[in-house]
Design a protein around this ligand. Structure first.
Ligand SMILES: [Zn+2]
Length: 492
């Protein structure tokens, strides 16, 4: 079962509108020639001149050579809190992110996330706000309502001689990485986004999404090392561009990873080990993308473990930054999601946290088991849905929790499409299961959707002083441009 949100309607691949195949020169080749007619080289400059932006009027005290932009996708503040509480209880240490707040020179900000047409943004509009400094509509990728295509930050960085990288636990063609490299009328056009990633010469691309890179495309990427397993990634030649596609779709949740599936921390380490040799520096985006998916699914255990995996990647970055002062680090999220929180009282809270730390598998794993072992399908086909008595044991195997009979009954009704929550979006099987588990894990969710909450942003390094305590997401684009002192983007 695909637990991804379904608010994005499929649209038709624009083909040559967004792409020019003459530019298909591989990840390490010369600059692509794509989309010349649609690019607006003045767009980024115009955005940088907005008078209401604190970053537009300031200058960095020192120029940054590199930017590392870390995104825990769909992270409500409650998610950050839960990960910290679980790590302290289970591992007797703090997570890296809150520890940063006590460091000298680290800045904290609160960020607005609304898009051009919605108070509640989606990931593509939010990543585009960072990527090109403009507000666009939900579902679009650096593509304005009047069809302008502002230049994404990785292209501008490349034009300025910098190396570039995208690391994610989602498909590499998914909204957040796309927001730094692609121009598309819809985030759903992932075949087109894959072609743009290939054409636009990103030096290191690691994540899922292999299904969007057909054999013909792969064989065209001469000079690029393409890997699909963790060990291959570790052994890949260091002097060539690297494309790691470790799954057809998203990489597995951290709790479900096999030996061939690299963690976000491992991918981060490999990306940094390559990009650090770039003579003119680099821009690297690192995304913990499945934090968002766990929140959509109201899967508290996976939410915590995905956030912990993201925090491990922060640890890798901080170790790399040791004794360096040439890198702007931004750690944030694109929007809140489902607003989870530990919301019981007393000694039971400690037992809940202990259970959260023992989660064995994700809801995604669980629903795959329901499909393969019980014949469950979505929408449910009751003629195939058998052996319901196995549901409790499968839930216990995934979560470590033994649900009560009334909770099992509610979940089974939801599987059959017969459960009605008063807040309609919460009627799904996943949300029903999340609500049942809240009685045991103590973590409740308000919805399966993104929310309009302001979000946490932590930054350090040259240029971070340009980030005001309360900012709009588009301002981060200007901060990156100014910190790196990038020349204006040219049409490509
Ligand atoms: Zn989302």
């Amino acid at each position: 079962m695909d637990l991804e949100p379904r608010q994005h309607a499929p649209v038709i691949d624009p083909g040559p509108i967004a792409l020019n195949r003459r530019g298909f020169l591989g990840l390490g080749g010369a600059a692509g020639l794509a989309t010349a007619a649609l690019f607006s080289p003045g767009f980024a400059r115009a955005a940088a001149q907005r008078p209401d932006s604190p970053a537009a009027s300031g200058k960095p005290r020192k120029q940054a050579k590199n930017v590392i932009f870390m995104v825990s996708d769909g992270m409500s503040f409650g998610t950050l809190t839960l990960a910290e509480i679980v790590r302290r209880a289970r591992d007797a240490k703090s997570t890296h992110w809150p520890t940063l707040w006590s460091r000298e020179g680290v800045r904290r900000s609160t960020m607005r996330t609304a898009s051009a047409n919605s108070l509640v943004t989606d990931s593509s509009a939010a990543a585009s706000a960072w990527g090109s400094g403009v507000h666009i509509n939900n579902d679009a990728v650096n593509f304005t309502p009047d069809k302008q295509t502002p230049v994404p930050i990785l292209i501008q960085a490349k034009q300025n001689g910098k190396a570039t990288g995208l690391v994610t636990t989602t498909r590499v063609t998914h909204a957040t990485p796309a927001g730094f490299i692609a121009n598309c009328p819809s985030r759903n056009l992932e075949d087109a986004i894959a072609r743009q990633i290939a054409e636009r010469n990103v030096d290191v691309v690691l994540g899922g999404g292999g299904k969007h890179f057909p054999d013909a495309m792969r064989s065209s990427l001469t000079g690029t090392t393409i890997v699909s397993k963790s060990a291959e990634m570790a052994a890949a030649a260091k002097d060539k561009p690297l494309l790691g596609l470790f799954s057809k779709s998203h990489t597995p949740y951290d709790t479900d990873r096999g030996p061939d599936d690299p963690s976000l921390a491992e991918m981060t380490r490999v990306a940094l080990a390559r990009l650090e040799h770039a003579p003119n520096g680099f821009v690297l985006q690192i995304e913990g993308g499945r934090v968002d998916h766990a929140a959509h699914a109201n899967d508290a255990g996976s939410l915590v473990h995905e956030q912990l995996a993201f925090d491990d990647a922060i640890g890798v970055v901080l170790a790399w930054l040791e004794n360096r002062d040439d890198t702007l680090l931004i750690v944030t999220t694109d929007h809140a999601n489902a607003n989870p929180g530990l919301t019981l009282y007393g000694p039971e809270t400690y037992r809940c946290v202990e259970r959260l730390g023992r989660t064995k598998h994700s809801f995604e794993w669980l629903f795959e088991q329901l499909q393969t072992k019980l014949g469950y399908d979505d929408p449910v086909d009751t003629t195939k849905f058998k052996n319901e008595d196995r549901i409790p044991s499968l839930i216990e195997e995934a979560t470590g929790v033994t649900l009560r009979p009334d909770e099992i009954a509610a979940f089974t009704r939801a599987l059959r499409g017969q459960q009605a929550a008063l807040f309609t979006p919460m009627s799904s099987p996943a949300c029903t299961l999340g609500a049942c588990l809240a009685n045991h894990l103590g973590v409740a969710f308000i919805s399966p959707n993104h929310t309009a909450d302001y979000v946490e942003l932590t930054s350090m390094g040259p240029g971070s002083e340009l980030i005001a305590p309360f900012i709009d997401n588009i301002e981060l684009h200007e901060v990156m441009i100014k910190s790196l002192d990038l020349a204006p983007a040219k049409a490509i």
